[in-house]
Structures are given as structure tokens and as C-alpha cells.
Design a protein around this ligand. Structure first.
Ligand SMILES: [Zn+2]
Length: 209
């Protein structure tokens, strides 16, 4: 391993930090990059630099965006009274693919996991409460939120996150409808890997919590 020239070793080291990439795969990718044209290699490096420079979080829903607000939040045809709460930006894509959903999103940035030190303050939960709970005597410009759909992953951490948020909402906004996706999604799996038919059914069959 260490017999590589330092620049090659550096590339292997960086690639092996990617999820699912072991040292063998990292070496294979590094040699692929070494064999490829300069244009392709620079395009890869530039695309990584560009996403880090240009992509940030939507100020409303914390989805990824290259603007202040994401395209979904900017879309006036969408139902802004319906908020679907997901763990990661990657969970928005499968929900969009179902074509069942026309509301907006709220991306938490993870799920509660006390073992890993992930507490409510580490997620965008306060921001969700601020969006969903009407402030008395201060009618906001945004239409009132009618329903919050909790679409966290059907894993232990996702379930406890959904319960926590449901409780927080119940205390603050008793009249708000809070729902959870119907069961039927494979337990322990990520929303990301659910097919759109299953996810669409889970959405259509959502139940009050
Ligand atoms: Zn947004």
C-alpha cells in the first residue's frame, strides 16, 4: 500500500473515506482515475468542488438547494399546508417519485439516537415546530399548516423521532393533524430504498398518531 507515490496514496486514502468503499475498491478507483483523460479527472474534481461551494440548505425546509429556498418551497402550486417530515435530503426523492405527494417537506438532518449522541437539538425539530405551530396574534405570510406527515424511516431511531415530534406537536398545536406513514415499508430499511408503489401506498394509507 505505502509503496505508492504519495499523490496516489493520497487519492486512495480520500476515496476510501467514501461510504461502502474499502481499500481495494479505493485502489481500483484511483487507478481508473489515473488511466482516464485529464478532462474527465478534472471534471470529477471540479464537480466535487462545485457542490461544496454552491449547494446549501433551503432556509425553510433544509432540503439541498443552490438558492436560498429550494424549488419545492418556491413552488406556489404545491400545498404549503401539508408538511412531510423526512430524515435526509435523499428521502425527498423517493417521495417525489410516488407522484402521490403535492405538499412541502421538512428535512430533519437525521434521526434521534441517544447512543450516538443525537439529541433533539441536533436535528431541525425546533425549526419544524416554528413552521407548523401558529404564533398567536401574528398571522404569518405562509398559509397555516393543516397536517404534518411523519415519514421518518421505519427503523427504531426513525420511530422514536416520529413519536418525539408527534408529542411536541400535540402539546403545542392540539388541532393540527399529525400522521405517520402506514406500515408496509420494510422495517429497518431506509425510505430511500422503498419503491414508489410501496411508498405511495404507505402515504395514501397514513394514519393519525
Ligand atoms: Zn425548501
Amino acid at each position: 500500500m505505502s509503496s505508492y507515490a504519495p499523490p496516489v496514496q493520497r487519492l486512495v486514502t480520500e476515496l476510501s473515506k467514501l461510504p461502502g468503499i474499502g481499500s481495494r475498491t479505493a485502489q481500483r478507483l484511483a487507478f481508473h482515475i489515473l488511466r482516464s483523460s485529464s478532462e474527465d479527472a478534472v471534471a470529477l474534481a471540479e464537480s466535487i468542488r462545485e457542490v461544496k461551494e454552491k449547494i446549501g440548505f433551503c432556509e425553510v425546509c433544509f432540503n439541498l438547494t443552490d438558492e436560498v429556498r429550494c424549488r419545492i418551497c418556491q413552488d406556489t402550486r404545491r400545498d404549503h399546508g401539508l408538511i412531510c417530515v423526512v430524515e435526509e435530503p435523499s428521502d425527498v426523492i423517493p417521495m417525489e417519485r410516488t407522484h402521490e405527494y403535492s405538499g412541502v417537506y421538512h428535512v430533519l438532518g437525521g434521526a434521534l439516537s441517544p447512543i450516538d449522541g443525537i439529541d433533539p437539538e441536533d436535528l431541525k425539530i425546533a425549526e419544524l415546530l416554528a413552521r407548523a405551530v401558529p404564533v398567536e396574534g401574528q398571522p404569518g405570510q405562509a398559509p397555516a399548516v393543516r397536517e404534518v406527515v411523519l415519514a421518518t424511516n421505519p427503523a427504531t431511531t426513525g420511530e422514536s423521532t416520529a413519536l418525539h415530534i408527534a408529542e411536541e406537536l400535540r402539546v403545542r398545536a392540539p388541532t393540527l393533524t399529525v400522521t405517520r406513514l402506514a406500515s408496509g415499508l420494510p422495517v429497518g430499511s431506509d425510505l430511500e430504498y422503498a419503491d414508489e408503489v410501496t411508498l405511495g401506498k404507505a402515504f395514501a394509507g397514513r394514519r393519525a398518531v
